[in-house]
Design a protein around this ligand. Structure first.
Ligand SMILES: Cc1cc2nc3c(=O)[nH]c(=O)nc-3n(C[C@H](O)[C@H](O)[C@H](O)COP(=O)(O)OP(=O)(O)OC[C@H]3O[C@@H](n4cnc5c(N)ncnc54)[C@H](O)[C@@H]3O)c2cc1C
Length: 401
Protein backbone atom coordinates (compact mmCIF):
# COMPACT_ATOMS: atom_id res chain seq x y z
CA UNK A 1 0.00 0.00 0.00
CA UNK A 2 1.49 3.29 -1.09
CA UNK A 3 0.30 5.64 1.60
CA UNK A 4 -1.54 3.91 4.45
CA UNK A 5 -0.15 1.84 7.33
CA UNK A 6 3.42 3.07 7.11
CA UNK A 7 5.70 2.49 10.11
CA UNK A 8 8.30 5.10 10.97
CA UNK A 9 11.73 4.27 12.40
CA UNK A 10 12.25 0.77 11.02
CA UNK A 11 15.81 -0.52 10.68
CA UNK A 12 17.22 -1.53 7.30
CA UNK A 13 16.93 -5.19 8.33
CA UNK A 14 13.26 -4.78 9.26
CA UNK A 15 12.54 -3.04 5.97
CA UNK A 16 14.28 -5.76 4.03
CA UNK A 17 12.37 -8.54 5.82
CA UNK A 18 9.06 -6.76 5.25
CA UNK A 19 9.65 -6.12 1.59
CA UNK A 20 10.60 -9.80 1.08
CA UNK A 21 7.42 -10.90 2.88
CA UNK A 22 5.25 -8.45 0.93
CA UNK A 23 6.70 -9.69 -2.32
CA UNK A 24 6.02 -13.31 -1.27
CA UNK A 25 2.43 -12.40 -0.32
CA UNK A 26 1.77 -10.66 -3.65
CA UNK A 27 3.29 -13.44 -5.75
CA UNK A 28 2.64 -16.64 -3.80
CA UNK A 29 -0.38 -16.07 -1.54
CA UNK A 30 -2.89 -13.60 -3.04
CA UNK A 31 -3.17 -15.33 -6.45
CA UNK A 32 -4.11 -18.71 -4.89
CA UNK A 33 -5.68 -17.83 -1.52
CA UNK A 34 -9.35 -17.67 -2.48
CA UNK A 35 -9.29 -20.87 -4.52
CA UNK A 36 -7.54 -22.82 -1.74
CA UNK A 37 -9.89 -21.33 0.84
CA UNK A 38 -12.97 -22.41 -1.07
CA UNK A 39 -11.58 -25.95 -1.19
CA UNK A 40 -10.59 -25.75 2.52
CA UNK A 41 -7.16 -26.94 1.40
CA UNK A 42 -4.05 -26.74 3.56
CA UNK A 43 -1.60 -24.37 1.81
CA UNK A 44 1.42 -26.70 1.89
CA UNK A 45 3.35 -24.87 -0.83
CA UNK A 46 2.92 -21.54 0.95
CA UNK A 47 4.01 -23.07 4.26
CA UNK A 48 7.12 -24.51 2.57
CA UNK A 49 7.88 -21.05 1.21
CA UNK A 50 7.50 -19.47 4.66
CA UNK A 51 9.85 -22.10 6.07
CA UNK A 52 12.44 -21.17 3.46
CA UNK A 53 12.08 -17.49 4.35
CA UNK A 54 12.80 -18.42 8.00
CA UNK A 55 9.48 -17.06 9.23
CA UNK A 56 8.88 -19.93 11.67
CA UNK A 57 11.99 -18.76 13.53
CA UNK A 58 11.46 -15.02 13.20
CA UNK A 59 11.41 -14.30 16.95
CA UNK A 60 13.44 -17.31 18.11
CA UNK A 61 16.89 -16.17 19.38
CA UNK A 62 19.81 -16.58 16.99
CA UNK A 63 21.58 -18.95 19.39
CA UNK A 64 18.75 -21.42 18.66
CA UNK A 65 18.89 -20.90 14.90
CA UNK A 66 16.18 -18.24 14.61
CA UNK A 67 16.35 -14.68 13.30
CA UNK A 68 16.07 -13.15 16.80
CA UNK A 69 13.72 -10.41 15.57
CA UNK A 70 11.43 -8.22 17.69
CA UNK A 71 7.69 -8.51 18.30
CA UNK A 72 7.26 -5.45 16.06
CA UNK A 73 8.98 -7.16 13.11
CA UNK A 74 6.87 -10.25 13.72
CA UNK A 75 3.61 -8.25 13.92
CA UNK A 76 4.39 -6.32 10.73
CA UNK A 77 5.07 -9.60 8.90
CA UNK A 78 1.78 -11.00 10.20
CA UNK A 79 -0.01 -7.89 8.94
CA UNK A 80 1.45 -8.46 5.46
CA UNK A 81 0.58 -12.17 5.49
CA UNK A 82 -2.99 -11.60 6.72
CA UNK A 83 -3.41 -9.06 3.91
CA UNK A 84 -2.81 -12.03 1.61
CA UNK A 85 -4.76 -14.68 3.52
CA UNK A 86 -5.61 -14.66 7.21
CA UNK A 87 -5.44 -18.46 7.54
CA UNK A 88 -1.72 -18.42 6.71
CA UNK A 89 -1.06 -16.07 9.62
CA UNK A 90 -3.02 -18.56 11.78
CA UNK A 91 -0.62 -21.31 10.81
CA UNK A 92 2.30 -19.26 12.12
CA UNK A 93 0.60 -17.75 15.16
CA UNK A 94 0.18 -20.73 17.50
CA UNK A 95 3.72 -21.81 16.59
CA UNK A 96 5.00 -18.36 17.51
CA UNK A 97 3.13 -18.37 20.86
CA UNK A 98 4.53 -21.77 21.84
CA UNK A 99 8.07 -20.74 20.82
CA UNK A 100 7.67 -17.51 22.81
CA UNK A 101 6.48 -19.45 25.89
CA UNK A 102 9.44 -21.82 25.61
CA UNK A 103 11.86 -18.91 25.24
CA UNK A 104 10.39 -17.07 28.24
CA UNK A 105 9.50 -19.94 30.55
CA UNK A 106 11.14 -23.17 29.34
CA UNK A 107 14.01 -24.92 31.10
CA UNK A 108 17.39 -24.82 29.35
CA UNK A 109 16.91 -28.44 28.28
CA UNK A 110 13.43 -27.68 26.86
CA UNK A 111 14.73 -24.66 24.93
CA UNK A 112 17.62 -26.64 23.47
CA UNK A 113 15.38 -29.58 22.64
CA UNK A 114 12.61 -27.67 20.86
CA UNK A 115 13.68 -24.21 19.70
CA UNK A 116 16.23 -25.11 16.97
CA UNK A 117 13.72 -27.47 15.32
CA UNK A 118 10.95 -24.90 15.77
CA UNK A 119 13.13 -22.26 14.09
CA UNK A 120 13.55 -24.58 11.12
CA UNK A 121 9.79 -25.18 11.03
CA UNK A 122 10.26 -28.93 11.59
CA UNK A 123 8.58 -28.84 15.00
CA UNK A 124 5.34 -26.91 14.69
CA UNK A 125 3.44 -25.64 17.71
CA UNK A 126 -0.21 -25.45 18.76
CA UNK A 127 -1.56 -24.25 22.09
CA UNK A 128 -4.59 -25.45 23.97
CA UNK A 129 -6.50 -23.76 26.75
CA UNK A 130 -10.14 -23.89 25.59
CA UNK A 131 -12.47 -26.78 26.38
CA UNK A 132 -16.01 -27.56 25.20
CA UNK A 133 -17.39 -25.85 28.33
CA UNK A 134 -15.10 -22.81 28.46
CA UNK A 135 -13.07 -20.32 26.47
CA UNK A 136 -13.09 -16.93 28.19
CA UNK A 137 -13.10 -18.39 31.69
CA UNK A 138 -9.77 -20.20 31.65
CA UNK A 139 -9.86 -20.68 35.44
CA UNK A 140 -12.73 -23.17 34.94
CA UNK A 141 -10.50 -25.73 33.15
CA UNK A 142 -11.46 -29.29 34.08
CA UNK A 143 -8.80 -31.35 32.22
CA UNK A 144 -6.51 -32.84 34.81
CA UNK A 145 -2.98 -34.13 35.34
CA UNK A 146 -2.34 -36.71 38.06
CA UNK A 147 1.18 -37.74 39.13
CA UNK A 148 2.04 -41.39 38.43
CA UNK A 149 5.63 -42.26 39.37
CA UNK A 150 7.94 -40.12 37.23
CA UNK A 151 5.14 -39.21 34.86
CA UNK A 152 1.82 -37.39 34.77
CA UNK A 153 -1.36 -38.92 33.40
CA UNK A 154 -3.51 -36.35 31.57
CA UNK A 155 -7.25 -36.75 31.07
CA UNK A 156 -9.84 -34.42 29.57
CA UNK A 157 -11.22 -32.88 26.42
CA UNK A 158 -9.87 -29.78 24.73
CA UNK A 159 -11.54 -27.67 22.04
CA UNK A 160 -10.64 -25.25 19.24
CA UNK A 161 -6.99 -26.10 18.68
CA UNK A 162 -5.70 -24.07 15.75
CA UNK A 163 -3.19 -26.34 13.99
CA UNK A 164 -4.31 -29.23 16.19
CA UNK A 165 -3.83 -31.73 13.35
CA UNK A 166 -0.76 -30.34 11.58
CA UNK A 167 1.31 -29.54 14.68
CA UNK A 168 3.65 -31.99 16.40
CA UNK A 169 4.02 -30.07 19.68
CA UNK A 170 1.04 -28.88 21.72
CA UNK A 171 1.30 -26.73 24.84
CA UNK A 172 -1.69 -27.96 26.88
CA UNK A 173 -3.02 -26.21 29.98
CA UNK A 174 -4.58 -28.51 32.60
CA UNK A 175 -5.37 -28.52 36.28
CA UNK A 176 -2.71 -30.23 38.42
CA UNK A 177 -3.73 -30.21 42.04
CA UNK A 178 -0.68 -32.15 43.22
CA UNK A 179 1.48 -30.03 45.54
CA UNK A 180 -1.24 -27.38 45.79
CA UNK A 181 -3.36 -27.56 48.93
CA UNK A 182 -7.12 -27.52 48.70
CA UNK A 183 -8.40 -23.97 48.45
CA UNK A 184 -5.50 -22.80 46.22
CA UNK A 185 -6.82 -20.27 43.68
CA UNK A 186 -7.67 -22.12 40.43
CA UNK A 187 -5.12 -20.20 38.37
CA UNK A 188 -2.35 -21.24 40.79
CA UNK A 189 -3.01 -24.94 40.33
CA UNK A 190 -2.64 -25.07 36.56
CA UNK A 191 0.27 -26.45 34.60
CA UNK A 192 1.37 -26.27 30.97
CA UNK A 193 2.52 -29.59 29.51
CA UNK A 194 4.59 -29.87 26.35
CA UNK A 195 2.94 -32.69 24.46
CA UNK A 196 4.78 -34.14 21.46
CA UNK A 197 2.72 -36.09 18.94
CA UNK A 198 2.55 -37.22 15.34
CA UNK A 199 0.78 -34.82 12.95
CA UNK A 200 -2.53 -36.12 11.62
CA UNK A 201 -5.87 -37.31 12.92
CA UNK A 202 -7.07 -40.26 15.03
CA UNK A 203 -4.93 -41.71 17.83
CA UNK A 204 -1.70 -39.76 17.27
CA UNK A 205 -0.04 -41.06 20.42
CA UNK A 206 -1.23 -43.59 23.04
CA UNK A 207 -3.89 -41.81 25.10
CA UNK A 208 -4.16 -38.84 22.70
CA UNK A 209 -6.77 -38.49 19.95
CA UNK A 210 -7.29 -35.65 17.47
CA UNK A 211 -10.76 -36.51 16.12
CA UNK A 212 -10.81 -34.43 12.92
CA UNK A 213 -11.21 -30.91 11.55
CA UNK A 214 -14.01 -28.68 12.83
CA UNK A 215 -16.02 -27.37 9.86
CA UNK A 216 -15.92 -23.54 10.04
CA UNK A 217 -17.60 -20.63 8.23
CA UNK A 218 -14.21 -19.09 7.41
CA UNK A 219 -10.56 -19.31 8.47
CA UNK A 220 -10.40 -22.36 6.24
CA UNK A 221 -7.27 -24.15 5.07
CA UNK A 222 -5.83 -24.01 8.58
CA UNK A 223 -7.08 -26.95 10.68
CA UNK A 224 -8.97 -26.37 13.93
CA UNK A 225 -9.57 -29.45 16.08
CA UNK A 226 -10.55 -31.02 19.35
CA UNK A 227 -8.00 -32.94 21.44
CA UNK A 228 -8.95 -35.83 23.70
CA UNK A 229 -6.63 -37.07 26.44
CA UNK A 230 -7.36 -40.40 28.07
CA UNK A 231 -4.54 -41.38 30.42
CA UNK A 232 -1.98 -39.56 28.24
CA UNK A 233 1.43 -40.25 29.83
CA UNK A 234 3.79 -37.25 29.93
CA UNK A 235 7.17 -37.31 31.69
CA UNK A 236 7.88 -34.70 34.40
CA UNK A 237 10.56 -33.05 32.26
CA UNK A 238 7.81 -31.95 29.85
CA UNK A 239 6.22 -29.65 32.42
CA UNK A 240 6.92 -26.20 30.94
CA UNK A 241 9.55 -24.52 33.12
CA UNK A 242 9.97 -27.64 35.26
CA UNK A 243 7.49 -26.69 38.01
CA UNK A 244 3.74 -27.19 38.31
CA UNK A 245 1.29 -24.40 39.21
CA UNK A 246 2.67 -21.77 36.80
CA UNK A 247 0.73 -22.69 33.70
CA UNK A 248 -1.94 -20.02 33.90
CA UNK A 249 0.63 -17.20 34.02
CA UNK A 250 2.73 -18.76 31.26
CA UNK A 251 -0.30 -19.04 28.98
CA UNK A 252 -1.48 -15.50 29.75
CA UNK A 253 1.99 -14.23 28.85
CA UNK A 254 1.76 -16.12 25.55
CA UNK A 255 -1.74 -14.83 24.84
CA UNK A 256 -0.61 -11.25 25.51
CA UNK A 257 1.85 -11.33 22.62
CA UNK A 258 -0.78 -13.30 20.71
CA UNK A 259 -3.12 -10.32 21.05
CA UNK A 260 -0.68 -8.03 19.26
CA UNK A 261 -0.58 -10.67 16.57
CA UNK A 262 -4.39 -10.78 16.28
CA UNK A 263 -4.43 -6.97 16.08
CA UNK A 264 -1.88 -7.23 13.24
CA UNK A 265 -4.11 -9.72 11.45
CA UNK A 266 -7.05 -7.32 11.78
CA UNK A 267 -4.88 -4.59 10.24
CA UNK A 268 -3.85 -6.82 7.34
CA UNK A 269 -7.37 -8.00 6.51
CA UNK A 270 -8.71 -4.42 6.77
CA UNK A 271 -5.98 -3.16 4.43
CA UNK A 272 -6.86 -5.75 1.84
CA UNK A 273 -10.58 -4.94 2.16
CA UNK A 274 -9.75 -1.26 1.64
CA UNK A 275 -7.58 -2.03 -1.40
CA UNK A 276 -10.37 -4.08 -2.95
CA UNK A 277 -13.01 -1.45 -2.14
CA UNK A 278 -11.09 1.55 -3.45
CA UNK A 279 -10.25 -0.30 -6.68
CA UNK A 280 -13.80 -1.50 -7.31
CA UNK A 281 -15.25 1.95 -6.53
CA UNK A 282 -13.25 3.42 -9.43
CA UNK A 283 -14.29 0.68 -11.86
CA UNK A 284 -18.02 0.43 -11.23
CA UNK A 285 -20.23 3.08 -12.80
CA UNK A 286 -23.73 4.11 -11.72
CA UNK A 287 -25.75 7.14 -12.79
CA UNK A 288 -23.12 8.09 -15.34
CA UNK A 289 -19.97 8.12 -13.19
CA UNK A 290 -17.69 5.84 -11.17
CA UNK A 291 -19.29 5.13 -7.79
CA UNK A 292 -16.13 6.57 -6.18
CA UNK A 293 -17.37 9.96 -7.41
CA UNK A 294 -20.55 9.70 -5.32
CA UNK A 295 -19.90 11.43 -2.04
CA UNK A 296 -21.52 8.66 0.01
CA UNK A 297 -18.94 6.18 -1.35
CA UNK A 298 -16.07 8.63 -0.89
CA UNK A 299 -17.08 9.08 2.74
CA UNK A 300 -17.10 5.32 3.17
CA UNK A 301 -13.56 5.13 1.72
CA UNK A 302 -12.46 7.95 4.01
CA UNK A 303 -13.83 6.16 7.07
CA UNK A 304 -12.26 2.87 6.01
CA UNK A 305 -8.81 4.41 5.46
CA UNK A 306 -8.95 6.26 8.78
CA UNK A 307 -9.72 2.99 10.56
CA UNK A 308 -6.86 1.23 8.76
CA UNK A 309 -4.46 3.98 9.91
CA UNK A 310 -5.70 4.08 13.51
CA UNK A 311 -5.59 0.31 13.99
CA UNK A 312 -2.08 0.09 12.52
CA UNK A 313 -0.80 2.84 14.82
CA UNK A 314 -2.22 1.14 17.93
CA UNK A 315 -0.87 -2.25 16.93
CA UNK A 316 2.62 -0.81 16.35
CA UNK A 317 2.46 1.00 19.70
CA UNK A 318 1.52 -2.22 21.55
CA UNK A 319 4.34 -4.17 19.90
CA UNK A 320 6.93 -1.47 20.61
CA UNK A 321 5.87 -1.31 24.26
CA UNK A 322 6.48 -5.05 24.69
CA UNK A 323 9.80 -4.82 22.83
CA UNK A 324 10.94 -2.10 25.23
CA UNK A 325 10.49 -4.57 28.09
CA UNK A 326 7.45 -2.82 29.55
CA UNK A 327 4.13 -4.38 30.48
CA UNK A 328 1.80 -3.99 27.48
CA UNK A 329 -1.44 -5.65 28.56
CA UNK A 330 -3.37 -2.36 28.30
CA UNK A 331 -1.99 -1.47 24.87
CA UNK A 332 -2.30 -5.04 23.53
CA UNK A 333 -5.90 -5.28 24.77
CA UNK A 334 -6.79 -1.93 23.19
CA UNK A 335 -5.05 -2.77 19.92
CA UNK A 336 -6.71 -6.18 19.67
CA UNK A 337 -10.12 -4.75 20.51
CA UNK A 338 -9.94 -1.80 18.13
CA UNK A 339 -8.24 -3.59 15.24
CA UNK A 340 -10.70 -6.49 15.23
CA UNK A 341 -13.78 -4.25 15.46
CA UNK A 342 -12.44 -1.89 12.76
CA UNK A 343 -11.51 -4.84 10.58
CA UNK A 344 -15.09 -6.13 10.70
CA UNK A 345 -16.41 -2.63 9.84
CA UNK A 346 -13.95 -1.98 7.00
CA UNK A 347 -14.67 -5.41 5.51
CA UNK A 348 -18.40 -4.77 5.69
CA UNK A 349 -18.05 -1.36 4.01
CA UNK A 350 -15.94 -2.86 1.25
CA UNK A 351 -18.55 -5.60 0.85
CA UNK A 352 -21.28 -2.94 0.50
CA UNK A 353 -19.19 -1.05 -2.09
CA UNK A 354 -19.07 -4.26 -4.15
CA UNK A 355 -22.88 -4.35 -4.32
CA UNK A 356 -24.28 -7.72 -5.40
CA UNK A 357 -20.86 -8.89 -6.62
CA UNK A 358 -19.58 -8.91 -3.05
CA UNK A 359 -21.95 -11.82 -2.49
CA UNK A 360 -20.39 -13.81 -5.29
CA UNK A 361 -17.62 -16.27 -4.50
CA UNK A 362 -15.75 -14.91 -7.52
CA UNK A 363 -14.87 -11.80 -5.55
CA UNK A 364 -12.22 -11.86 -2.84
CA UNK A 365 -14.29 -9.72 -0.46
CA UNK A 366 -16.67 -12.68 0.03
CA UNK A 367 -13.82 -14.60 1.69
CA UNK A 368 -12.76 -11.63 3.85
CA UNK A 369 -16.37 -11.22 4.99
CA UNK A 370 -16.33 -14.76 6.39
CA UNK A 371 -12.85 -14.37 7.90
CA UNK A 372 -13.16 -11.11 9.83
CA UNK A 373 -15.53 -12.42 12.59
CA UNK A 374 -12.91 -14.90 13.84
CA UNK A 375 -10.81 -11.94 14.99
CA UNK A 376 -13.66 -10.77 17.23
CA UNK A 377 -13.39 -14.04 19.18
CA UNK A 378 -9.83 -15.46 19.06
CA UNK A 379 -7.31 -14.57 21.83
CA UNK A 380 -10.14 -13.16 23.93
CA UNK A 381 -13.44 -11.62 22.86
CA UNK A 382 -14.16 -7.87 22.84
CA UNK A 383 -15.79 -8.18 26.27
CA UNK A 384 -12.69 -9.87 27.69
CA UNK A 385 -10.44 -7.14 26.19
CA UNK A 386 -12.64 -4.49 27.78
CA UNK A 387 -12.40 -6.26 31.14
CA UNK A 388 -8.58 -6.23 30.88
CA UNK A 389 -8.50 -2.61 29.73
CA UNK A 390 -10.96 -1.50 32.43
CA UNK A 391 -9.08 -3.25 35.25
CA UNK A 392 -5.76 -1.82 34.16
CA UNK A 393 -7.20 1.70 33.87
CA UNK A 394 -8.50 1.54 37.41
CA UNK A 395 -5.01 0.51 38.59
CA UNK A 396 -3.42 3.42 36.71
CA UNK A 397 -6.00 6.04 37.67
CA UNK A 398 -6.67 4.95 41.26
CA UNK A 399 -8.70 7.57 43.12
CA UNK A 400 -6.56 8.76 46.01
CA UNK A 401 -9.21 10.81 47.87
C1 LIG B 1 -11.46 -20.56 14.82
C2 LIG B 1 -11.07 -20.57 16.27
C3 LIG B 1 -9.79 -20.92 16.62
C4 LIG B 1 -9.43 -20.98 17.98
N1 LIG B 1 -8.16 -21.39 18.33
C5 LIG B 1 -7.86 -21.61 19.64
C6 LIG B 1 -6.60 -22.17 20.02
O1 LIG B 1 -5.71 -22.39 19.19
N2 LIG B 1 -6.39 -22.48 21.32
C7 LIG B 1 -7.33 -22.24 22.29
O2 LIG B 1 -7.08 -22.53 23.45
N3 LIG B 1 -8.53 -21.67 21.95
C8 LIG B 1 -8.82 -21.36 20.66
N4 LIG B 1 -10.03 -20.82 20.31
C9 LIG B 1 -11.02 -20.58 21.35
C10 LIG B 1 -11.24 -19.12 21.65
O3 LIG B 1 -10.15 -18.61 22.37
C11 LIG B 1 -12.57 -19.01 22.41
O4 LIG B 1 -13.60 -19.34 21.51
C12 LIG B 1 -12.77 -17.61 22.97
O5 LIG B 1 -11.86 -17.37 24.01
C13 LIG B 1 -14.22 -17.44 23.51
O6 LIG B 1 -14.57 -18.49 24.34
P1 LIG B 1 -15.96 -19.26 24.14
O7 LIG B 1 -16.08 -19.57 22.71
O8 LIG B 1 -16.02 -20.37 25.11
O9 LIG B 1 -17.06 -18.19 24.50
P2 LIG B 1 -17.61 -17.89 26.02
O10 LIG B 1 -16.48 -17.72 26.96
O11 LIG B 1 -18.63 -18.91 26.34
O12 LIG B 1 -18.31 -16.50 25.77
C14 LIG B 1 -19.58 -16.37 25.11
C15 LIG B 1 -19.96 -14.89 25.07
O13 LIG B 1 -20.07 -14.37 26.41
C16 LIG B 1 -19.19 -13.26 26.59
N5 LIG B 1 -18.65 -13.28 27.95
C17 LIG B 1 -18.00 -14.31 28.57
N6 LIG B 1 -17.65 -13.95 29.81
C18 LIG B 1 -18.08 -12.67 30.00
C19 LIG B 1 -18.00 -11.73 31.06
N7 LIG B 1 -17.39 -12.01 32.24
N8 LIG B 1 -18.57 -10.51 30.90
C20 LIG B 1 -19.17 -10.18 29.72
N9 LIG B 1 -19.27 -11.03 28.67
C21 LIG B 1 -18.72 -12.25 28.80
C22 LIG B 1 -18.10 -13.46 25.54
O14 LIG B 1 -17.46 -12.22 25.23
C23 LIG B 1 -18.91 -14.02 24.38
O15 LIG B 1 -19.54 -12.97 23.70
C24 LIG B 1 -10.39 -20.67 18.98
C25 LIG B 1 -11.68 -20.29 18.59
C26 LIG B 1 -12.02 -20.23 17.27
C27 LIG B 1 -13.43 -19.85 16.88
Amino acid sequence: MARLAQTAGLTDVQQEILSTVRDFVDKEIIPVATELEHRDEYPQQIVDGLKELGLFGLMIPEEYGGLGESLLTYALCVEEIARGWMSVSGIINTHFIVAYMLKQHGTQEQREHFLPRMAAGDVRGAFSMSEPGLGSDVSAITSKAVKDGDDYLLTGQKMWLTNGGTSNLVAVLVRSDEGHPEGTAPHKSMTTFLVEKEPGFGEVRPGLTIPGKIDKMGYKGVDTTELIMDGLRIPVDRVLGGATGRGFYQMMDGVEVGRVNVAARGCGVAQRAFELGVRYAQQRHTFGKPIAQHQAIQFKLAEMATKVEAAHAMMVNAARKKDSGERNDLEAGMAKYLASEYCKEVVEDSFRIHGGYGFSKEYEIERLYREAPMLLIGEGTAEIQKMIIGRRLLEEYRFQG
